[in-house]
Design a protein around this ligand. Sequence first.
Ligand SMILES: Nc1ncnc2c1ncn2[C@@H]1O[C@H](COP(=O)(O)OP(=O)(O)OP(=O)(O)O)[C@@H](O)[C@H]1O
Length: 222
Amino acid sequence: MTHGDIPSPAAPTFRRVEDCLDVRFDSAVSRLCLDVAFCAGSGVTVLRGPSGCGKTTVLRGIAGLLRLPRGRCVFRGEVWQDDVVFAPPWRRPVGYAPQESVLFPHLSVRRNLLYASRGRLPREGFLFEPVVELLRLEPLLERGTQALSGGERQRVAIGRALLAQPRLLLLDEPLSALDGASKKEFAGRLFRLIEEADLPTLYVTHDDAELRMVATRVVEMG
Ligand SMILES: Nc1ncnc2c1ncn2[C@@H]1O[C@H](COP(=O)(O)OP(=O)(O)OP(=O)(O)O)[C@@H](O)[C@H]1O
C-alpha cells in the first residue's frame, strides 16, 4: 500500500444467509486480552463465558461506547468499525441495556422511557404503549427511579432500549435481578417480541435456565 491509499475493507465473513452482524475484536484493553470473532443473525445470540472474560466489553465495543483496538464490526453491510472507520454511538441503531443501568434520577419512569424515544420514528411493536405493556411498567410510570427495585430498574432499562427503535438489541444480564417466575415470564415475552420484530439480539447471561429460554445460538467466550 502506498502512502495515501485507503485500504479496501475486507468483506464481512457472514456464515449463513441470515447473518447480519460480523464482529471481531482481537484487542488488548488494560489487562484484558480479547480474541473473539462471531457472526450473528436473527433471534437471540447468547454470549457466555466466565466472569471477567470480556462479555460486557464486547457489547460496549459493538455499541461504539468503547473503541477496541484491532476491532471490526459490520452490521447489515454497514461498517461500524474497521482499521479506518469508527462510527460514533449515535450513528449505530442499537438499543443497549447495560448490566448496571443508570436511569435519570430526576425524571419519572415515564419520562425516562420517553427520553429514549426522542427524535425517533416509532416502529410497530416499539411504540410506548406496547413496550409498557410488554414489560408491565404501567404501575411504575409516575414513580421516581431511585426507589425502584433491581428487577424494576432492569425492566425500565429494557424498555428504554426498545424505545430507542433499535435495529440491533444488546442486553447485558437483563433479567438477573428477577425471581425465577418473573424471569420466565419476561424472558418469554422478550423472546416473542424479538422473533416477531425480527430484531437481532446479543444477550449476556450466566443463567443456564434463562439461556435455554431465549438462545437461538450461543457464543462461548473465555
Ligand atoms: N474501562 C476499563 N478499563 C480497564 N479494565 C476494564 C475496563 N472495563 C472492564 N475492564 C476489565 O476487563 C475485564 C473484562 O470485563 P467485562 O466486564 O467485559 O467482563 P464480563 O465477562 O462482562 O464479566 P462479568 O460476567 O463479571 O460481568 C475485567 O477484568 C475488567 O476488570
